[in-house]
Design a protein around this ligand. Sequence first.
Ligand code: PRX
Length: 673
Amino acid sequence: MSTTHPSADGEHTHTSIEDDVVDPAHIDNLSHETRRFAPSPTFADAAFAKADMYEDAESDRLNFWSRQAERLSWTKRWDDILDWSNPPVARWFTGGELNVAVNCLDRHIDNGLGDRVAIFFEGEPGDTRSITYTQLHAEVCQAANALEALGITAEDRVAIYLPMIPEAVVAMLACARIGAVHSVVFGGFSADALASRINDAGAKLVITADGGFRRGKELPLKPIIDEAVQSTPSVENVLVVKRTGGEVSFNDIDIWWHEALAEQPAAHQAQSFDSEHPLFILYTSGTTGKPKGIFHTTGGYLTQAAFTHAAVFDLKAETDVYWCTADVGWITGHSYVVYGPLANGATQLMYEGTPDTPHKGRWWELIEKYGVTIFYTAPTALRTFMKWGDEIVAAHDLSSLRLLGSVGEPINPEAWMWYREVIGGNKAPIVDTWWQTETGAIMISPLPGVTATKPGSAMRALPGIAVDVVDASGDTTPNGTGGYLVLTKPWPSMARGIWGDPHRFVDTYWQRYEKQGYYFAGDGANRDLDGDIWLLGRVDDVMNVSGHRISTAEVESALVSHPRVAEAAVVGAHDDITGQGIVAFVILRGQSKEDSTTIGEELRKHVVHEIGGIAKPRHIMIVEELPKTRSGKIMRRLLLDVAEHRALGDVTTLADPTVVQLIADGMTNNDED
Ligand code: PRX
């Protein structure tokens, strides 16, 4: 069903997974990839994770996780490793108590590592900071004290809307330290999107900045907050980090971050929290117009984030310089910029800006400058660099790199090989890591010192993780075929729910394979004849644009909230660089004929205003009608054919088979791309 104009009560009708599910029989198998890349014997010998880790975990999964939890520092040991008596809400390390910030900071200092650099920060304009664990601890303590002085307690939620600057890490850890739940909202979201997330979580405080630097310009954030807090009654104060020094308007509830921190001591007595105390909420798109507040708790999350960061990236904390290019506004930034690396005492690079500012070699220049050894990024970035040309990379010495990671979307074999040859100098193992906001940490990935990798495959489940590829009835599909990816056993960093909506948590992930008790990931996958896994992308109405999850329904809701739009249907069409691009088919209200370019541009702006720049449609097609089945369902499959310029699929179930041909003709005549 398409999204129609909201009714008086604001309800939308939305596409359900069932409407468009990919028939596993149609999931095209198999990649005939025969190349294999085993780690060098030197790498393998020195690796953190050895082959026996698989058997070890297999023979006693819970004790395996218990040993990983022992890598953290607990003030009270757990009674039980896992309580799965109330599925699908797991409780890990029950009765255990710890403080996440103490694990990320204090214990390293206690171990004599206070002078180790935690963060090398590079601002886009070229300003730099080196922050040791001792310094980071001092700032986090001041911030924790400042939050407490503002009345924030372990019962509260704090929204964080910041650029990629160290204060984002400080703010998150300060919340964790006092047990307040943070909800980081990516800086690219609009005021409306931000306000709805603040309201859903009932955040009492917002931490933001005057702005950040992006593409050589100041990108103001404060005006966006000012607009958002007009409609967020729960917000009592806004803490504002001074980053750009640009003009900002200050209201009664606003306080400068640096002033609030300056008043506070750089020491803070941290209290421990229950292993299942909520740590954060992170909103992600699902198959409806309303983003889901995925929430994670403390002990299990930190255990798996820290373990996977050590095992998948083969971290040698004393010598490695690690760089994950993700923004803290996404789960990758949470688990692999903040919690995993800091729990492991890593030294990492944090960069504020875009890869092409002031020139297209900025990332490679940074790798050379800081001697980065472990690099973790997204395929969409790699494909962009491939397009820009190898000579940009060749101008820099990247020989320090010893491990490369990929995340966020399927990596095509060409990009994988380019990554290996051009970036990794044919020596650094590549780990293609599959996971989700909901899984909290990496689930499927090679172990770099063990696995002979195949270009484009995430290979197999990590030790301690149980996955399967199944058909619609939940039966395992044979090797050499495809199906739906499921997680068959609970894992420590699994989401504990959707904030304020337990039913949706069950409906979205658990109902489909209720009988088997499997978690339905929403991704299609092939298992090849060796049993290795190849991810195929989403099988629901969630698009993946540059590694960002955006739901078709969310964009449709934004479009129909424009007074001129009667009906909208959105599809994610293949895009060589971004993976998918957003293509919208829109029926306008009223008769007035107008220039489709003008209204198209207006609607694109409207979507940016409603959701943010990341959801801007690549192409808007004004149509007279949408292809529907006789029962009134939009046939997105056909719209996708149109958007991808393919021969039209089966139209026999269409109410009016001529409609889609008319749209296809219009698309060809009108193509902007
Ligand atoms: O479709 C899968 C894709 O990204 C989705 C999860 O998105 P998000 O929660 O935003 O988290 C992204 C970062 C972990 C998945 O359902 N995805 C993520 N990693 C991969 C991937 N698809 C293929 N290969 C991957 N390595």
